[in-house]
Design a protein around this ligand. Structure first.
Ligand code: APR
Length: 229
């Protein structure tokens, strides 16, 4: 397992042009979370949900990885056994930045999954074809996103990675859904990089705190990691 976990949230993709959720003007200001990202959203209004993720998926084709994605991908390629990239984000910006492996805790926007057999298929940056059903069992397909109230199996990998983690880095995550304070408290060295303090995060648990844009903080973060590897 890896010595370093780089744990990210929507903030790391903000400078690439992807909206965060809880910043001013964020996604949850313009959409009701319970309408498009709750366990019963598809049953209540399937078309609204599919349209919401279609819009975000097509938008993904228009943005690029930023310096923070690229620097982290380079670090993982330099130390492939020591760097785990674990993200709450569903975008593919780490993959496009050249990362070797990214663990997506909340799903992946370019992927659909079967509502019954969970078979997955990648549709790239296209809109979901409403007529296409699961090629394996012919049931309805849905966005491969973990909705609130649904199980998130990839959390198991986060817990496994935490077992050997010595350096825990948080970039662009408010802590609203996954609180990282305890993860930081139990590692030798922890870094927090957000734009501003978060209601959900207790700064006392972090060794180093950088309130700045990820692209401005990333050089210092990479240096702080490398001197401890
Ligand atoms: N650089 C660094 N941090 C930034 C930047 C930036 N350019 N822009 C915003 N941030 C920080 C904000 O300060 C905030 O702490 O990113 C964080 C974004 O918080 P949220 O919008 O709550 O996003 P996130 O923490 O990823 O949300 C977690 O909530 O709705 C669910 O599933 C969704 O995965 C998401 C989860």
């Amino acid at each position: 397992m890896s010595k370093v976990i780089i744990f990210t949230g929507a903030g790391i993709s903000a400078e690439s042009g992807i909206m965060t959720f809880r910043d001013a003007g964020g996604l949850w200001e313009n959409h009701r979370l319970e309408d498009v990202c709750s366990y019963d959203s598809l049953d209540k209004n399937r078309e609204l949900v599919l349209k919401f993720y279609d819009t975000r998926r097509v938008q993904l084709s228009k943005v690029e990885p930023n310096k923070a994605h690229i620097q982290i991908a380079e670090l993982q390629k330099k130390y492939p056994d020591d760097i785990a990239i674990i993200t709450q984000n569903v975008d593919d910006l780490f993959e496009r930045a050249g990362a070797l492996k990214t663990i997506h805790l909340h799903g992946f926007l370019t992927s659909l999954k079967c509502t019954i057999c969970e078979h997955k298929m990648d549709i790239g940056y296209t809109k979901q074809d409403r007529e296409t059903s699961c090629p394996k069992c012919n049931n309805l397909l849905r966005p491969d996103i973990v909705f609130f109230g649904e199980s998130a199996p990839m959390y198991e990998l986060l817990i496994q990675e935490l077992n050997d983690c010595e350096i825990f880095v948080v970039i662009g995550s408010s802590g609203a859904v996954i609180n990282t304070d305890n993860f930081a408290a139990y590692t030798h060295y922890s870094i927090l990089n957000n734009l501003e303090p978060s209601y959900y995060i207790d700064e006392a648990h972090y060794n180093e705190i950088i309130y700045a844009k990820a692209t401005e903080a990333i050089d210092d973060i990479i240096h702080a990691i490398e001197v401890r590897l």
